[in-house]
Design a protein around this ligand. Structure first.
Ligand code: UD1
Length: 352
């Protein structure tokens, strides 16, 4: 059986690394890896292939940046021609990026079954491009691998129960797999010259970066925090900081970094301040409180236990949440048993 896995952006490299490792060890299943080139800078892409030992992609479409229509359209056209020549038994897609949507559309129109890893997430905010990508990808996929019971519930409500498999979350598999490497050699991925106490932040969502008021409020809050903020800077955020004339204070700006470096930074920080989906969950799973710089979150399980406070780009609320005492509630694990990738691979073999 042959599957084509489509990836393109940072979070997809991490998820695919975990599934690809199990696929490679499975008899009777062959994977063709297609990278759309949505992320193309070395430190947004190649670094993940190197450190997570992801095989080099069989195809790299080099699509690069563009408006949503131009980027998704170019991917759709080029993914289609790869699928026509490879004629796989299924297409595996991840998460909610434009690469996810393009692959789902290309495959479904060629009558190739689509399996969606991280299905059923909902923010219920249709102004997020990722929400549109998820809703459409789930609707046209044949197998929906839901990471949590909440995701299963969303899919059931949308009438997609028969296609849904509760797999658990491949990012939890990934944390368990790589955490022991970090524990075994704590200095192996520790950046030099980091402050002793710091907050770890990431900011890249359009609702924050493309809005001068929001981005200014976030940096004003960072300036007022009791210890420095370490911020690996997404290229889009860098562009807007310059454009709006924001001068980050109390912030240590660093280049985007690989997965293991990021996990190390997270393990050593006081709290995470982020608008990323993945980092909210990684913080929760590693026992770090999170302050979410958005108006809502898909990962509601992290909020229920008091470990994640959703405060939007509100200066005062960010400062309060960052200064709040450590939560004491135990963390429930809603993300599976660390074997999501095995469940996914077995289901592919049985269902395709
Ligand atoms: C994408 C995903 C988002 C995910 C994020 C992870 C969509 C709609 N969004 O957002 O869900 O959380 O990836 O990082 O698919 N750029 C570079 N170099 C790169 C990549 C991007 O300079 O290697 C710059 C370009 O100026 C580009 C901008 O970043 O225009 C945005 O990149 P894009 O891939 O469109 O979306 P992300 O914001 O990264």
């Amino acid at each position: 059986m042959k599957i084509v896995s489509v990836i393109g952006a940072r979070p997809q490299f991490v998820k695919a690394a975990t599934v690809s490792r199990i696929v490679a060890a499975t008899d009777g299943l062959r994977e063709v890896l297609l990278h759309t080139g949505q992320h193309y800078d070395d430190n947004m892409s190649q670094v993940f292939f190197d450190e997570l030992s992801i095989p080099q992609p069989n195809y790299n479409l080099d699509i690069g940046s563009g408006s949503h229509g131009a980027q998704t359209g170019a991917m759709l056209r080029d993914i289609e021609s790869v699928l026509v020549s490879e004629s796989p038994d299924g297409v595996l897609i991840y998460g909610d990026t434009n690469s996810t949507l393009a692959a789902a559309l290309a495959a479904v129109k060629l009558h190739i079954p689509v399996a969606h890893v991280e299905a059923g997430l909902r923010s219920f905010n249709r102004r997020m491009p990722e929400e549109i990508n998820r809703v459409v990808a789930d609707r046209i996929s044949d197998i929906l691998f839901a990471p949590t019971q909440t995701a299963v519930m969303h899919l059931e409500r949308e009438g997609l129960k028969d296609n849904t498999v509760l797999s658990g979350d491949v990012m939890y598999d990934s944390i368990l797999y790589y955490r022991h490497q970090l524990d075994a050699d704590p200095d192996s991925h520790r950046l030099p010259d980091m402050p002793e106490r710091y907050y770890l932040a990431t900011v890249h969502r359009p609702q924050n970066t493309d809005n001068p008021d929001a981005l200014s409020a976030i940096f004003a809050a960072f300036a007022a925090l009791p210890c420095p903020v370490v911020l690996p800077l997404h290229p889009r955020t860098a562009r807007y900081i310059a454009e709006y004339g924001i001068e980050p204070r109390n912030v240590r700006l660093i280049e985007p970094i690989g997965y293991l470096w990021m996990l190390r930074l997270l393990l050593d920080c006081e709290k995470a301040l982020t608008d990323s989906g993945g980092l909210q969950k990684e913080a929760y799973l590693l026992g770090k409180p999170c302050v979410t710089l958005r108006t809502e979150t898909e990962w509601v399980e992290t909020v229920h236990d008091g470990w994640n406070e959703v405060v939007a780009a509100d200066r005062e609320r960010i400062e309060q949440a960052a200064a709040a005492p450590m939560p004491t509630a135990p963390r429930r694990n809603a993300f599976g048993d660390g074997h999501a990738a095995d469940i996914i691979v077995n289901s592919l073999l049985n269902r395709l």
